[in-house]
Design a protein around this ligand. Structure first.
Ligand SMILES: Cc1ncc(COP(=O)(O)O)c(C=O)c1O
Length: 417
């Protein structure tokens, strides 16, 4: 690989320099966007391999192109590892992304205009769960549930009521900004009682599910989709799992339904990540993600921040900034923390009075900093730095002092490889 970089430096110094700058950014800042992670050198090298050169429309053993013998080997390995990791009956590892994994389920089960019940985006759902401007919201009739006002946890009674009233074909669960454990069996019971199937989108939590640290949807839901690059720590992509009876429908929804040639290099990198996720080291890593998140919650609560639901069961937490400082928006917090070396994102909180361009909250995740080796003691420091930065109102002196501290910590815990 070193040879490749030397080659790139000569052949395209402009792109080379951009990648160097991005690498420096990742090395020197604390990445706390809940949906991001640092993939292993093995994943990176495979994702950058010559497998990108190959067209392989179809499935192992049934391709539309010649010369697929090694792609067949690696895709079969990825499928088998995915099945072993999650204990699912069938897996299609070709979706280019989490959205396309979801799209495959919709395409295989729904006709345009069919009704789906899913969690709303502003309560922690995802664009591909029926947001108006997304393909899902344009093609299907989504009815949304949310969280309860008093507990800010999923309103399971509302799911039951909407499912009884609208008789959806599909109930979707899983989200992008939900800090608590999801009760998949309860949702499956509700859906099945009304003749609906269930799709659990575990994009965020799949690493925790794989490690046995979160309620497992595979046995109770017909379909389980995921990204492979968040807590699972693989390449940027998706995967879809289902019961055997839906295997054919899912396969043909992915290809030729919505994709052309698969990204063979990324499929191979998924195979690597699935194997990594089966190791005892990965289980310890996933446990540490959760311990770090809990410690960060505790420390932020001590400093007077309000957390949505009061805390977290998983890898992310949502800070409601309003009680800390009524004038502080998510945008302001994101900007100041970025300048201080802590990368988070502004986020709507449930029932947010502010528009999504401003937000009253920030979402913070521990998967990426845990990958570089940070532990509970560092979460205390990070909570101090968040407090100092936000209390200062983005004061240049304070921000640059914190920036020095975060850079120092980042230097002491370099990225893998
Ligand atoms: C719950 C959920 N589903 C699906 C996706 C979509 O993944 P992608 O960005 O790979 O399309 C995301 C991404 O953040 C997500 O959080």
């Amino acid at each position: 690989m070193l040879g490749y970089w030397k080659y790139l430096e000569k052949s395209d110094p402009e792109v080379y320099a951009i990648i160097q700058r991005e690498e420096h950014r990742q090395q020197s800042m604390l990445e706390m966007i809940a949906s991001e992670n640092h993939a292993s050198p093995a994943v990176l090298v495979v994702a950058g391999s010559c497998l990108t050169n190959k067209y392989a429309e179809g499935l192992p053993g049934k391709r539309y192109y010649g010369g697929c013998e090694h792609i067949d080997e690696v895709e079969t390995l990825a499928i088998e590892r995915c099945k072993q990791l999650f204990g699912c009956e069938h897996a299609n590892v070709q979706p280019h992304s989490g959205s396309q994994a979801n799209m495959a389920v919709y395409l295989s089960q729904l006709e345009p205009g069919d009704t789906v019940v899913a969690m709303s985006l502003d309560h922690g759902g995802h664009l591909s769960h029926g947001m108006k401007l997304n393909f899902s919201g344009k093609f299907y009739h989504f009815v949304h549930y949310g969280v309860r006002k008093d507990t800010e946890t999923i309103d399971y009674d509302q799911i039951a009521q909407l499912t009884a009233e609208h008789k959806p074909k599909l109930v979707v669960c899983g989200g992008s900004a939900y800090p608590r454990e999801i009760d998949f069996p309860r949702i499956a019971d509700i859906a099945h009682a009304h003749g609906a199937k269930v799709m659990a989108d575990i994009a965020h939590i799949s690493g925790l599910v794989a490690a046995g640290l979160h309620s497992d949807p595979v046995a109770v839901c017909e379909f389980v989709t995921s990204t492979t690059h968040k807590t699972l720590r693989g390449p940027r992509a998706g995967t879809v799992m289902c019961k055997k009876e839906f295997a054919k429908a899912i396969n043909s929804a992915v290809f030729p339904g919505l994709q052309g040639g698969p990204l063979c290099h990324v499929i191979a990198a998924k195979a690597v990540a699935f194997a990594e996720a089966m190791t005892p080291e990965f289980k310890s890593y996933a446990e540490q993600i959760i311990r770090n998140c809990r410690m960060l919650c505790e420390e932020l609560l001590k400093k007077g921040f309000r957390l949505v639901t009061g805390g977290s069961d998983n890898h992310l937490l949502l800070v409601d900034l309003r009680s800390y400082n009524a004038d502080l928006t998510g945008v302001m917090a994101e900007t100041w923390l970025h300048d201080a070396g802590i990368v988070v994102n502004k986020n709507l909180i449930p029932f947010d009075p502010r528009p999504s361009s401003e937000c009253s909250g920030i979402r913070i995740g521990t998967p990426a900093v845990t990958t570089r080796g940070l532990k509970e003691v560092h979460m205390k420091l990070i909570a101090d730095w968040i407090d100092l930065t936000l209390k200062s109102g983005g004061d240049d002196k304070i921000v640059s002092m914190v920036r020095n501290e975060t850079a120092e910590l980042a230097r002491s815990y370099p990225l893998p490889g």
